[in-house]
Design a protein around this ligand. Structure first.
Ligand code: FRU
Length: 484
């Protein structure tokens, strides 16, 4: 079958728009049985341009239906990133009859007089589950013309304080505001001076609490994306902080920089609002691309896809808290076991044929006396992506130099790596789609998200060791069990 070139790299398990350009996920919210994914969207081209909010809905976070554009530019500007909430108690006055959705987003206004653009925060509300929207007639609701970068509001209801809290990206900091009604906002505090990575502009914050399953302790997590800077090896990237939030200011527990993902292709991610308490999960989606090359990736007619939705949780290692992430459990019903990788020692290489564009590998490997070991994901025509664990250095390296089309960006083919705590026994989970792979190590303690552009993504998988043995403890390759 000749694959239409427009569709060659189209994912099945990951959301991508039918046509044209997409970047950040926006307004992630659950309401009456539907997960809403809004996103930065340019309906005129497959490159970044005048931003709208595109819209898709899903009932299981894996199969998405694309709907009409939700928000269009207006006199206040184009529609940059932001969030959405359910106004359960009509704090806004927009919902006298029954609760509905409010979007809180940045208006970005380019100036023709040579002055810098102006960014302000605005509202829109919907009475029909996000299908149509009305912009608030007093927009914008928050402005500060002293700040050029003033965007990406992420809003949540703070139960104990009975207030809405907004985290807003303000240049090299995150500013917090509070409001009783989403309309009148009061500045509370600014976070970021002297802490974290400042290699690029701070964007797309998210602030939420998580409870440790192990100890029952509660911590606040602040996620901050950092824009691309040409001097930085990894391009745009996302960091996070763990600490406490007293309703007005955030205090981190640590000085060190914590990266959300060790791959190059997970940016601007945020979590869902209003997931019911009985469910209780904190679910996150990132934009699976990198500003360094997002406008050049070799897809035609459409560009960009989202990461798989991931459940976030907390883990304590020694005295340090860290985020753990795994794809949502809804993914499991899309895969069925295809090949059992037999337990036993490997000295050299064992190959397993797959011949699919979607696959999942779970594998536990004990190092034994191998110097290096790992996995080769074989694509078609000698293209491959290699994951190597260098035992002595305790480092995992993912090499996509030979994965297919890579020449659209100088740094796309450079290695991606994880510094591991332990390299003697590793539990790996790898999810392969048409043009991406997502690697989770040790039940999600480390994640590495990486685009690839091969002719076919998974012809086979090899497990290998060099200069010694490994012990494969447990391994399964699964393929799609139902059509999406
Ligand atoms: C992050 C970002 C946001 C902005 C949006 C514009 O990727 O730069 O800060 O709101 O993209 O599309």
């Amino acid at each position: 079958m000749v694959i239409n070139s427009l569709e060659k790299f189209r994912p099945k398990l990951h959301y991508a728009p039918q046509k044209n350009w997409m970047n950040d996920p926006n307004g992630l919210v659950y309401f009456e049985g539907e997960y809403h994914l809004f996103y930065q969207y340019n309906p005129y081209d497959s490159k970044w341009g005048p931003m709208h909010w595109g819209h898709a809905v899903s009932r299981d976070l894996i199969s998405w239906e694309e709907l009409d554009i939700a928000l269009h530019p207006d006199d206040n500007g184009t529609i940059f990133s932001g969030s959405a909430v359910v106004d359960w108690h009509n704090t806004t006055g927009f919902f006298p009859d029954e609760p509905g959705l409010v979007a809180i987003f940045t208006h970005h206004l380019d100036k023709e007089d040579g002055n810098p653009p102006v960014q302000t925060q605005s509202l829109a509300y919907s009475y029909d589950h996000g299908r149509t929207w009305t912009k608030y007639d007093q927009n914008p609701v928050l402005k500060d013309e002293s700040k050029i970068d003033f965007r990406d509001p992420k809003v949540f209801w703070h139960k104990e304080f009975s207030q809405w809290i907004m985290a807003l990206a303000t240049g090299q900091s995150i500013s917090f505001y509070s409001s009783p009604n989403l309309i009148d906002w009061t500045f509370k505090s600014e976070f970021g001076n002297g802490i974290g990575s400042h290699d690029g502009v701070w964007e797309c914050p998210d602030l939420f609490r998580l409870k440790s399953d192990d100890t029952g302790e509660e911590k606040w997590v602040l996620i901050v994306s950092i824009g691309d800077d040409p001097d930085r090896l990894m391009g745009s990237r996302t960091q996070y902080f763990i600490g406490s939030f007293d309703g007005g200011s955030f205090a981190p527990d640590h000085k060190s920089i914590k990266w959300l993902d060790f791959g190059k292709d997970n940016y601007a991610g945020v979590s869902f609002s209003d997931i019911p308490e009985e469910d209780g999960r904190r679910i996150y989606i990132g934009w699976m691309s990198n500003w360094r090359y997002a406008n050049q990736v070799p897809t035609e007619g459409w560009r960009s896809q989202m990461t798989l939705p991931r459940e976030l949780s907390l883990q304590k290692k020694g005295d340090n808290w860290q985020l753990v992430q795994l794809p949502v459990q809804e993914l499991n019903s899309y895969f069925a076991k295809a090949t059992q990788i037999p337990a036993g020692e490997v000295d050299g290489r064992s190959y397993y044929s797959v011949d699919e564009s979607q696959a999942e590998l779970t594998l536990t490997i004990e190092q034994k006396d191998a110097v290096n070991y790992g996995i080769i994901l074989h694509h078609r025509d000698n293209q491959s992506t290699t994951i190597t664990i260098h035992s002595a250095e305790k480092v995992l390296v993912l090499d996509r130099k030979h994965s297919g089309v890579t020449d659209f960006s100088k740094m796309f083919g450079d290695i991606q790596k994880i510094d591991l705590d332990n390299s003697s026994t590793l539990q790996l989970r790898l999810i392969v789609d048409t043009s991406s792979l997502e690697l989770f190590i040790d039940n999600g303690a480390y994640a590495l998200t990486s685009l690839i552009y091969p002719d076919q993504s998974c012809e086979g998988i090899s497990v290998f060791s060099t200069e010694g043995n490994i012990n494969v403890k447990d391994g399964v390759i699964s393929t799609l069990s139902k059509q999406i």
